[in-house]
Design a protein around this ligand. Structure first.
Ligand SMILES: [Zn+2]
Length: 482
């Protein structure tokens, strides 16, 4: 059996992964709050934990892995967007508009993440489907002396849980200073956090022992993980921005709700995403959604490839250069190796991935394997005994394990090629016709050398201009030629 090693944020060590039950390996990942399109940074944990899900399925068998990712469909931001629509004159009750908004956003999310080649989790629970479980958990916490009701709210008493702060390794004082905790008259301690809050008549609410209200954000993950995966399970994942307070609060709630429940054994956190070395933000003008990129013609597979080039525990920098390189590489790989395989992934490749999800190392293995296929493609002599067909099968099977070169994600490489090159061939034909009249071929020469530089084979004859992609074809270099 392949040995998987993962860096556990809880122990701050790289550990050999040993599932509680190898017949049912269980993972929970915090999902999106569904009020708007996912931005590029939201997609990073999706790809990171998709790779882990694929690796677990490869090692333990796809029927022995349970992957859960929630949708937060009750939230003040959702209420605000629905209210704004209502004020703008939209038909229907606020509740209808909220429902419409969350349904629409979940549809977008599925479409965008499918485009990145992320497998859908086994369960995608929605918070609104688990209100009774949340109420039951909150009642249990009150009964055990870990929570208290005050003015229609229920609060978790942080002082009642000695291990609070252990995940992020901070003292309660540091947390108070860093988190700008809300001081409210109904709180016994400023660190106490909300499990339940009252809803006014114009906001979504559910009847509860504390009056009509709605759950706090943290309790939903605890209640849904408990209901679907049990008191204790293997892996909990999410972005590093969720470590405090969200994950710290999940642990406090879940551990205090049970006598022996240890909640998640291994915690994994992915680092954040930047754009061209800067934090992505609306004020810097470098904010974009996954859909923006897809609409600009950047294939989802290319986005995925760029993400995989950086280890999940390091900040990932999205750059135009990486995008162009990823596109050229994938184009070449799919052209030479195709997308179908009945083979098994390469062992060194799997070992690399199993070493704390070293996706960059796994990509290096793929580059190495591909160099043999490329040499053969270019007609080079290969060492005796090289089995090209077997190498190709292994190469594609390995890429598939990373969610690359899957048939589902294919097609874009041909689409781009034909449209770009056909338009350029037409343009060059016109420029050449003009040059013959003016007896000035400088523009023809300029275009021709730029095309050759981009790896395009240029064939000019009396019959016309023909442009063909060569071995080193890099479509990114075609930009600006038209
Ligand atoms: Zn969560």
């Amino acid at each position: 059996m392949v040995e998987i090693r993962l860096t556990n944020s809880k122990t701050r060590k790289k550990e050999v992964f040993e599932p509680i039950d190898p017949k049912n390996v269980r993972m929970y990942v915090c999902g999106p709050t569904v009020y708007d399109r996912a931005h590029l940074g939201n997609a990073r944990p999706v790809v990171v934990f998709d790779v882990l899900n694929r690796l677990l399925r490869h090692v333990y068998g796809s029927e022995h892995v349970t992957y859960v990712r929630n949708f937060t469909d009750v939230d003040d931001k959702i209420n605000a967007t629905a209210l704004a629509r209502k004020e703008a004159g939209a038909e229907g009750s606020l509740e209808d508009l909220i429902h419409e908004r969350t349904e629409e956003t979940i549809g977008w999310y599925h479409a965008d993440m499918d485009a990145l080649g992320a497998l859908r989790p086994n369960h995608e629970p929605r918070a609104t489907g688990y209100i009774p479980q949340m109420i039951a958990m909150i009642e249990g916490l009150i009964a055990r002396g870990h929570a208290y009701a005050a003015e229609g709210h229920v609060l978790f008493s942080v002082g009642s849980y000695a291990d609070y702060g252990a995940l992020s390794g901070r003292s309660v004082e540091d947390m108070i200073a860093g988190a700008r905790v809300e001081v409210a008259p109904y709180k016994r301690d400023p660190m106490d956090f909300v499990l339940w809050k009252p809803s006014s008549d114009d906001l979504p609410g559910w009847d509860s022992p504390w009056g009509r209200g709605r759950p706090g954000w943290h309790i939903e993950c605890s209640a849904m993980a408990d209901d679907i995966l049990g008191e204790e399970f293997d892996i909990h994942g999410g972005g590093i921005d969720l470590q405090f307070p969200h994950h710290e609060n999940e642990i406090a709630q879940s551990c205090c709700a049970h006598d022996h429940g240890g909640f998640a054994r291994v915690w994994l956190h992915n680092e954040m995403l930047q754009v061209e070395g800067k934090k992505m933000s609306k004020s810097l003008g470098n904010f974009f959604t996954v859909r923006d990129l897809l609409d600009q013609g950047v294939p989802g597979e290319v986005i995925r490839f760029v993400f995989l080039g950086t280890h999940y525990r390091k900040p990932m920098d999205w750059t135009e250069k990486k995008r162009a390189e990823a596109e050229a590489t994938l184009r070449k790989w799919s052209e030479v190796a195709g997308r179908e395989s009945n083979g098994r992934p390469d062992e060194a490749f799997v070992a690399s991935l199993a070493g704390d999800l070293n996706t960059a190392g796994a990509l290096s293995c793929l580059h190495q394997m591909f160099s043999v296929l490329e040499a053969d493609w270019n007609g080079a002599d290969l060492p005796d005994g090289t089995d090209i067909a077997a190498t190709r099968e292994t190469f594609v099977a390995s890429a598939n394990l990373l969610g690359l070169l899957t048939p589902d994600l294919g097609g874009w490489e041909k689409r781009h090629l034909t449209s770009d090159l056909a338009a350029l061939a037409e343009h060059l034909t016109e420029v050449r016709a003009g040059a013959m009249i003016m007896k000035d071929f400088s523009e023809v020469d300029r275009l021709k050398s730029a095309l050759i530089e981009a790896g395009v084979e240029v064939r000019m004859s009396k019959a016309g201009v023909e442009l063909l992609p060569g071995a080193g074809f890099d479509p990114a270099k075609l930009e600006g030629l038209l």
